[in-house]
Design a protein around this ligand. Structure first.
Ligand code: GLN
Ligand code: ZN
Length: 768
């Protein structure tokens, strides 16, 4: 450790490798192209690089076991020997193949026959990272079953680094898992804690001084009983001899959980001082006279340079309360940020100077500590202040026009001219749709040819004229196929789009893109989110050209296709110099411009996708209403400029609506399409107690599976739907876009879907 009294700490470091080595190695291993040994070597190399990098940067508390071949929650399930029976685990030490089997439902190297349902995956708090959900029931037993955490500790020690092993805490592990309805997961603690004690003892025996235990559930609403249980849990674990515990919370404020957290009987605590800035001093005052406090002032979830002046104010205040028991750290694990700006040669210097990726954040930590204890020169602070203030005043960020427009938004801009029933009457006259109209969600299969076309055009291998002609040919083919199948409302197919957010970001001002800014989304899937750095506006139409062309090919209505403002922000790195709601409002105005241009071009129906609306929900229930208010308003702002005769659609790919159904209705889209086929119309429960006022297309074709659904199945789903929804409000469509599917299956499935709609029509006629 360094000679500094005040220490620096990292909670977790990106594990995908600077060249995305882990993805390449893992996927090659799954395909049988490399051996398990080769995969393990790739992992070992990444860990070694990460440890040495952090050490060299001057980090005192360097983590281990933050590495994972798939996911840290899954690693925890393996460590605890919690493997669902369907994976037929032999009870011995869990190997990587079993771990991959759980994650993917397929054993590496096994035939497709030896598959089973993979473990469920879900979002890690409000990040875009997904974890593998632990499964348990009252009869679940836990036994120490993996050596990963010990092996990696030893591995680092051999490099001369005594790391801080990271574990997911027992309470978070259980509360984020899934058991039978009504089952209290914390009732398993008595069986679980002996394994944790065992792990801690072994780590201590190997020479670990500290162990970091992550309990981010402290950022959630917890009951008094749960808080009491957490307290008891740590009273027990803290008695494990030889090792000091640092319990970490992140992703939000502590609020009512603050005192319980601050008084946990452990050696150190970590808090998220980015999202919980206002609580830092209260925590510092409440931790007692012994504990260390790690203050996460550097944003682990975003890519902006830290404002040293602001951070130093928090750190100095804390220091005045707890002295040198202070640790400087990022707010959370750095797995949520890209690895390094050094790999961004094309990013222009001014923008780059406002950013910090994981590697730059290491430097920031050490510099901040240096500024605190006076070992870093004031020139570092001056350079930082300079960068921060150039961002505050930059004309590249702040556009007067945008600010004016946002300010001028009025309530009337959020409302359609007439209420739904009146609009509906006009739309029926214009669109001439049958009962149970059929449509799709937007994208059609993205074949290799289509992807090649786009990349050739980007590389200037073909010129714009050639590109547009080729795209038009694709659209034409797609329209012909839809005609042939007999779809009622057509789409152009979205062949020109790589990604539903990136496509719009590239055409809007205020966005920039990285070359290598990858972050793990789940397993071997990484994403490269756009960066929203400045005021957003639309310099010129983005989609009109394609939609207008497609409309010339058919007399049937061609649906325009846009991504909504909430989703665009949710899947990007957003500005930290204004509230997200403000950024979203700017995007909404840009989308509004596009909507109006589509209308002007004669497009009679426009779909604005908001698949990320639900995932933007805050962690605390108390904050939901405020979020839903501005999110719904943003959607309404984006679409309400149109005339009554223009039909607004929206789409969301999930069915968990029960708790936000009123907000969904409040979007006031004329038509909404949602996921329901996987959950067998589970969603419909929400409509039994709440009468959804507008039209709705409950997805009848699960596009996540290559299986072609039979007509009868879809008729069955539609029949279920017509029991709770008026038949004249029901649309017939797949669950989501078709871009990941192949043409033959799509054609057959859509034919069956159209046949299902026809059967429904005849049936309703007979009844009436
Ligand atoms: N319109 C988009 C598509 O069809 C919607 C994608 C989504 O909901 N994720 O691909
Ligand atoms: Zn979808």
């Amino acid at each position: 450790m360094s000679v500094h009294e005040i220490k620096t700490k990292v909670l977790g470091y990106p594990r995908i490798g600077q060249e995305r080595q882990l993805k390449k190695a893992t996927e090659s291993y799954w395909k049988g192209e490399i051996t398990l040994e080769a995969l393990k070597q790739a992992g070992q190399q990444i860990r070694k690089d990460n440890w040495l990098k952090q050490k060299a940067a001057g980090i005192d508390f360097v983590p281990s076991n933050d590495f994972s071949y798939y996911d840290q929650m899954l690693d925890m399930s393996c460590l605890l020997g919690n493997v669902p029976a369907r994976f037929q685990w032999d009870g011995k030490t869990i190997d990587l193949d079993t771990l991959f089997f759980m994650a993917r439902g397929l054993r590496p190297g096994a035939t497709a026959k030896s598959t089973t349902t993979a473990c469920e995956m879900t979002k890690w708090f409000d990040t875009n990272y997904h974890y593998i959900v632990p499964e348990y029931s009252a009869s679940t037993n836990f036994t120490l079953s993996s050596t990963k955490v010990f092996d990696e500790f030893k591995e680092a020690k051999e490099l001369g680094i005594v790391t801080v092993p990271v574990l997911i805490g027992p309470v978070t592990y259980l509360l984020l898992g899934k058991g039978p309805t009504g089952f209290d997961p914390l009732s398993l603690l008595d069986k679980l804690l002996p394994v944790y004690e065992d792990i801690l003892k072994r780590l201590s025996a190997l020479g670990a001084e500290w162990v970091q235990i992550d309990e981010p559930v402290f950022a959630l609403d917890l009951t008094g009983r749960q808080l009491e249980t957490i307290k008891k849990t740590y009273e027990r674990l803290s008695k494990t001899a030889g090792v000091k515990l640092i319990v970490a919370t992140y992703f939000g404020e502590l609020r009512a959980n603050l005192q319980t957290f601050a008084q946990l009987p452990v050696a150190a605590l970590h808090i998220d001082a980015v999202r919980g800035t206002g609580e830092v001093t209260e925590v510092a005052r409440s931790i007692g006279g012994q504990k260390l406090l790690s203050v996460g002032v550097i944003d682990g979830r975003n890519i902006w340079k830290n404002d040293f002046t602001a951070s130093l104010e928090i750190l100095n205040q804390t220091k005045s309360i707890i002295g040198a028991r202070l640790i400087v750290s990022p707010s959370c694990s750095l797995i949520h940020t890209p690895i390094t700006l050094d790999q961004e040669p094309k990013l222009d210097a001014e923008l780059k100077n406002w950013m910090a990726f994981a590697e730059q954040k290491l430097q920031e930590l050490v510099q901040l500590r240096g500024l605190l204890d006076g070992t870093t020169g004031k020139d570092v602070l001056a350079a930082n202040s300079q960068a921060i203030s150039s961002r505050v005043t930059s004309k590249r960020i702040h556009k007067e026009e945008v600010a004016k427009r946002v300010k001028a938004v009025q309530q009337k801009d959020l409302n359609r001219a007439s209420a739904f029933p009146q609009r509906r009457a006009v739309q029926i006259n214009r669109l001439h749709l049958p009962l149970f109209p059929t449509t799709t969600i937007g994208s059609f299969p993205q074949t290799t040819e289509v992807r090649n076309l786009r990349s050739q055009w980007k590389k200037n291998a073909i010129d714009t004229k050639q590109y547009e002609a080729a795209m038009e040919a694709e659209i034409k083919r797609c329209v012909e196929i839809q005609h042939e199948i007999g779809i009622d409302m057509l789409v152009h197919g979205e062949f020109e789009r790589n990604d539903m957010v990136e496509y719009f970001g590239e055409q809007l001002e205020g966005f920039t893109f990285t070359a290598n800014g990858w972050v793990q989304s789940y397993g071997s899937r990484y994403v490269k989110p756009p960066v929203i750095f400045g005021d957003v506006y639309r310099p010129k139409p983005m989609t009109v050209r394609w939609s207008a062309f497609a409309q010339t090919l058919t007399k049937k209505p061609m649906k325009g296709m846009l991504t909504g403002p909430v989703t665009i922000s949710q899947w990007s790195f957003v500005r930290d110099d204004q509230p997200r709601s403000q950024t979203v409002k700017q995007i909404a105005l840009a989308i509004r411009d596009e909507v109006l241009d589509l209308e002007k071009a004669g497009i009679a129906a426009i779909q604005i996708d908001e698949p990320a609306l639900r995932e933007g929900l805050p962690l605390r229930k108390q904050d939901w209403l405020a979020y839903l208010r501005w999110a719904v308003d943003a959607f309404r702002l984006s679409c309400s400029g149109v005339k009554d005769e223009t039909q607004v659609h929206t789409h969301m790919c999930y069915a968990q609506f029960n708790d936000i159904i009123e907000a969904i209705a409040d979007l006031d889209a004329d038509v909404i399409s949602v996921e329901t086929s996987r959950s067998n119309m589970e969603l419909l429960g929400a409509f039994e107690s709440f009468r959804y006022p507008n039209e709705i297309g409950p997805g009848v074709y699960d596009i996540h599976s290559p299986r072609v659904p039979e007509t009868a199945e879809m008729v069955d789903l539609l029949t279920k739907a017509s029991r709770v929804l008026p038949a004249e409000h029901i649309w017939v469509n797949p669950d989501c876009g078709l871009k990941t599917r192949g043409w033959p299956e799509v054609k057959q499935a859509l034919k069956n879907m159209v046949a299902a709609a026809q059967q429904m029509r005849t049936r309703v006629k007979v009844l009436s």
